[in-house]
Structures are given as C-alpha cells and as structure tokens.
Write a protein that binds this ligand. Structure first.
Ligand code: G6P
Length: 610
C-alpha cells in the first residue's frame, strides 16, 4: 500500500510531486507529505487526510527545490496523523525517507537505535530506516542506504534524499513496486506508471533486491546485497497521460465503467487465429503435452479478481472438462494445498502486486505448478514471477472499486477456457466457433449495457436510502451476485449480501422485507427457471425485486418489480454484461449519498500488505 514519488531535475519539485501523488492516491489516502531540498536543508510538509490538505498547506507556505520525494499513505504501523505521515527523518534532519511496505524487524532495530541515542518521533516502522541511514552515512548516500537496507527484513519500496547530496536520490525495492521514469535531464521515481506519465513514457521497472542511485545525469542500478551493478532495460509504456485522467467524467469509476466496450475489444485484439476458428495465446507457455497432462486448474486471487476467477471456473469446467478449484489467496497460503506439476495455477491480479496473491503464486510455483498470471500491469511482480502471463489490456484503472479490470479479467478467462478446450480436444469445432463468435460480439453488446446508466441511476435514486440489499444469482452469475454486493458495500457503505439463489431458503430469506430490495440475476440459460422461482419466493414475502435479464424477456417482467435489460449472449459469458448494471447501481447510490466514490473509506486499490 502507499504511493511514493521522487523527482530530480531542473523544475520545482513540489508541484511535480503533488501531481504524481494524485495519480497514486488509489494506493492509500489517509495522509500525505513531501520533503524538498530547499537550498542546503530538507524541509518536510505532512498532513493527515486527503492530498488536498497537503496541497493547500503548500499553497499557503510554498517549498521550492529541484529535488524532492513524496508519499500518500495507507496506515499499517501507527494511526493516520501528521506525525506518522511520511516522509520520515533521522535525528539530524539531514535525511528524509518515503516507504511503501512493512519493515518486519523494525522493533529490534528501533530498540538498538534508541540504545545508541536515536530519538524517534513517530509510531511507524519506516522511521527506523531514516535513523539507520544516519548511522551508516559517511558522505555517500547510496552506500548508506544500501548498508541500511542490508539490515532490514520485510517488504519495501523506498526513496531517500540527503541535504548534503543535492544531486542524488536513492531508490530501492524489495517486494513493493517501484519504477524509474526518465526525462531529459530529469528523473522520476514512482510506485506506478500513471504518476510519471505527464512527463515521460520511458520507464525502468526496478526488480526485487535492486537499488538505484539517481542523479540528473541518469540512474545506475545495483544489487542491494552484493553491490554489483546490474544492467537495466528501459521500456516505453503504451499508456498515454490522458488514459489516467477523468476525461470529463465526475469520477474515475464512472469513466472506467464507460470504458468497458473499448477495454473488452482491447483484451480480444490479436487473440484469435487468422481464420478466427481458434484462440491464440502466445503468452501462455505450457505446451500441448503439458496441457493434456493437467489434472487440475487452481485459481488464486483476492477481491474482485477472485470473482472474475469464479466466473472463469464455470467456463473452464464446461469447455475444457477439467476440475477447477478456486481460493482466495489469503486462505490458500495457510491450508497446505494439493498442488503438483500437473496443476495449472491461474493467478489473477489487476495490479499484479497484491501481497496475498503473490504469496499464493510463490506457493504454487514452489510446489511445481505451471503458474499463469492474468494481470493488467506489465512489469508488475506477478507478471515477472509467473511462468506465463496473459495481459488484460484494460488500461490504467484508478478508482478503488474495480470495474473494467473485472470484465477484462473475465474475458481472459473465457479465452483461456476456449484455448484449453481446443488443446484438450473437449470442445468440438462447431461449438468453439459459436463461442468465439459470441465472445467477439461482447464489446459491441457492452456499448448498449453502459448506455443504460440513466435508467440505473433512477433505481439508485429510489434505493440509496436502504440499509441492506440482497443479491441473488445462480451458476456463472452466482459470482456476479457476489461482485454486485461487494461493489455496493465498498463504495456506498450499504450492507449487501451476495448469495447463491438456491441457498436463499437457508438463511437470507429471513432478511427479506419491503425495505431490503433484492437484485436478482435472471439471465437466459439452464438456471433461468430456478431463478424465476426464487424471485417468486421473494415477492411472496413482500420483497422488492430488481431483476437483470434479457432485453426481450417478457416473462421476467411479470414477476420482477423492475427489470434492467442486457443483451443476450452465451450463458457462460453473461456475467460480463450482467455485472455492469450492478456497477452502475453501486456507483449512483454512492454518488447520491455524497460519498467519495473513487476513494472509499478504509480501502486501497492495491493491497501490498498481508
Ligand atoms: C483491493 C481492491 C479491489 C481488488 C483487490 C485485488 O481490495 O480494492 O478492487 O479487486 O484488491 O486486487 P488485484 O490488484 O490483485 O486485482
């Protein structure tokens, strides 16, 4: 969690850092701060609360300097407060440090440093790094940071500056993301690409265990442990600066919901054979023999990505006839799972940095599985550590509540299911052609779904005052019910339960009252009639039912109070379209309630701590 930025160059650093932090607020937003080298001293400004509070403080009392670091925080050690906000300094105030991650051995280090006379002012784990650098400093900032980090156990992305070194910034990473951005005579450090996009698209992804000494002339990268210089590779990122802006929408979430038709098309681009009869996934490196040998697929993910995996389970089992297990990553790592070299582990992560998901990836790899990553972020940890990778190509997703990343993850899972079905001979060519045609229609169909925004807004106007909502679905739309409830909870703070509709009679039916509306996913397919029965059961208890169903389904209109129509597609693919009204419902409820849609309380987009 947390976002960090650094700047060295000819411009005033303060505004560049604030603008960069704005792009990283999705990583945490309970406090923020900057440290700027002004003349021969480092000046620090920190504020609890949203970044705007810091920006206002800096307008009132500006800091000028051409070297600086900044941080936006999601608290782990120590409550959100001015004192616990980063950057942190040593006793002398010569050094300033920003950090994303957790220093696991900070307590013994802190005790030792205190015994040596160091005075600590915050409750954070990070402050030990500033004092360690002070201890190890003999005129060379790079050497001091490297020596300090050799004592540190845990995860970190770190940037440090020193008042004696106006031409140097030192950055390092271990298990938390960090990139270097390269401009003309200026260089940037950031947790993520959008923070530097306004200035450059030339980036270097630091690897675990690497430390960079950055001057105006350039960056040199070394191994933290042995100090050996390592060769780096510069990448030109495909995203442009506009992709990370709101583009006229009130919130990033609404923009990202509306980007789904384009995002789905991007996900499919180049993934079919020339005759469009088969799926081509060059990023998936397991050969035909390896695929035939598989006896299990294990899907590992967290949050919304877990729901995308759940949708994928239905598709893979149906099309490739192979058992699929799915686990939330935080559970998998502690349950001694049955994984071997005949397991395909599919790790789904928008950011590619979720700590539990990464741990699951490593566990699966260690036990011999072929690990296939499904991620949106090129160069992320998940990308680098997996054996194979399939990108979702959703473009940057900034809102904390995931929307386009979710539907594009589902698309990749469908492609994978079709590919495995083809390779394992479980999907006859005619059926495959039917599914491929349906998949290719989805981006177009998605356009009509996002256009129903104003109608859904009307439902949100009516229902945003309720205390609880029930989401029911069956089959491949059971995960849609889970995702719909999650969306509502996370951004509107209305309690919601997602349930397999058949389980309703085993508990949730007791919740049904006229004040607890039910959203029912009643799409055409094998479980449609069963869903109608469940809707009738809700109605019989005076519940209000908003159904999501096929646009031409007149039958459904007889039973549900309201129907939100979506176009017909294959039942297996219907979750991609059916979730969109639920995304919109949650969005407009939160907006009616006047809540901070893009940055809901207590959450962060990228959960890089366990
Ligand atoms: C957080 C985010 C969710 C996301 C989950 C997994 O909880 O708020 O939107 O689904 O992490 O993130 P990942 O980057 O691994 O997909």
């Amino acid at each position: 969690m947390c976002g960090i930025v650094g700047y060295i160059g000819p411009e005033n650093a303060t505004q560049i850092l604030i603008d960069g932090l704005r792009k990283l607020e999705y990583r945490g937003y309970d406090s923020a701060g900057v440290a700027i080298l002004t003349g021969s001293e480092i000046q620090v400004a920190r504020r609890e609360g949203k970044l705007d509070r810091l920006a206002d403080a800096l307008k009132a009392e500006p800091l000028y300097g051409k070297l600086g670091i900044g941080h936006t925080r999601w608290a782990t050690h120590g409550a959100p407060s001015d004192i616990n906000a980063h950057p942190h300094s040593d006793c002398s105030g010569h050094f300033a440090v920003v950090h994303n991650g957790i220093i696991e051995n900070y307590l013994p280090l802190r005790e030792r440093l205190q015994a040596n006379g160091h005075t600590f002012v915050s409750e954070t784990d990070t402050e030990v790094v500033a004092h360690l650098i002070e201890e190890h400093y003999h005129g060379d900032l790079y050497a001091a940071v490297r020596a300090a980090l050799c004592e540190v156990v845990g995860s970190y992305a770190i940037v440090a500056v020193c008042s004696d070194n106006p031409d140097t910034m030192v950055a390092a990473r271990q298990h938390s993301p960090l990139i270097l951005g390269h401009g003309d005579g200026e260089h940037f450090v950031a947790s993520d690409v959008p923070a530097v996009l306004a200035h450059t698209r030339r980036v270097t992804y630091l690897k675990n265990g690497e430390i960079a000494a950055i001057t105006r002339a350039g960056a040199r990268v070394f191994n933290i442990q042995d100090g050996a210089e390592v060769a780096t590779e510069e990448t030109i990122v495909a995203w442009d600066a506009a992709a990370a802006e709101k583009g006229g929408y009130k919130h990033f979430m609404l923009k990202e919901i509306n980007e789904q038709p384009t995002a789905l098309a991007e996900t499919l681009r180049g993934r079919f054979s020339d005759d469009r009869a088969g799926v081509r996934l060059p990023g998936f490196k397991l050969d035909a023999e390896g695929i035939t040998r598989l006896n299990k697929v294990l899907i590992i993910a967290c949050g919304t990505a877990y729901h995308a995996g759940f949708v994928g389970k239905y598709a893979i089992e149906k099309l490739a006839r192979i058992p699929v297990e799915i686990d939330v990553a935080s559970e998998l790592r502690y349950r001694d799972p049955l994984i071997d070299d005949r397991t395909l582990a599919v790790v789904i992560s928008q950011s590619g940095e979720t700590a539990d998901t990464l741990a699951g990836l490593r566990e699966a790899k260690e036990r011999g599985a072929h690990v296939l990553a499904v991620t949106n972020v090129v160069g992320s940890s998940v990308d680098r550590e997996a054996d194979s990778v399939l990108y979702t190509y959703a473009g940057p997703e900034i809102a904390v509540a995931s929307t386009k990343a979710y539907t594009t993850q589902q698309m990749v899972m469908f492609l994978l299911a079709l590919y495995l079905g083809e390779m394992r001979g479980t999907l006859p060519a005619t059926e495959r052609a039917r599914y491929i045609a349906a998949l290719q229609r989805l981006p177009e169909q998605m356009k009509t779904v996002v256009d129903i925004g104003p109608r859904v807004r009307e439902f949100s106007r009516r229902f945003h005052g309720v205390h609880s909502m029930l989401y029911l679905g069956r089959g491949s739309n059971f995960p849609t019910a889970l995702e719909g409830a999650l969306k509502l909870k996370e951004i509107s703070y209305i309690h919601a339960e997602g349930y397999a509709a058949g389980e309703m009679k085993h508990g949730p039916i007791a919740l049904i009252t006229p004040d607890c509306p039910t959203v029912a996913l009643a799409l055409p397919g094998g479980v449609y009639e069963k869903m109608l029965s469940n809707i009738k059961e809700v109605k019989a208890r005076w519940g209000h039912v908003i159904a999501v169903g096929a646009e031409d389904d007149d039958e459904l209109r007889k039973y549900a109070d309201d129907v939100i129509p979506v176009p017909r597609t294959e039942e297996l693919f219907s979750p991609v379209l059916a979730v969109v009204p639920l995304q919109l419902l949650a969005y407009y409820c939160a907006d009616y309630l006047g809540l901070d849609v893009d940055q809901p309380r207590n959450l962060a987009k990228s959960v890089t701590v366990e």
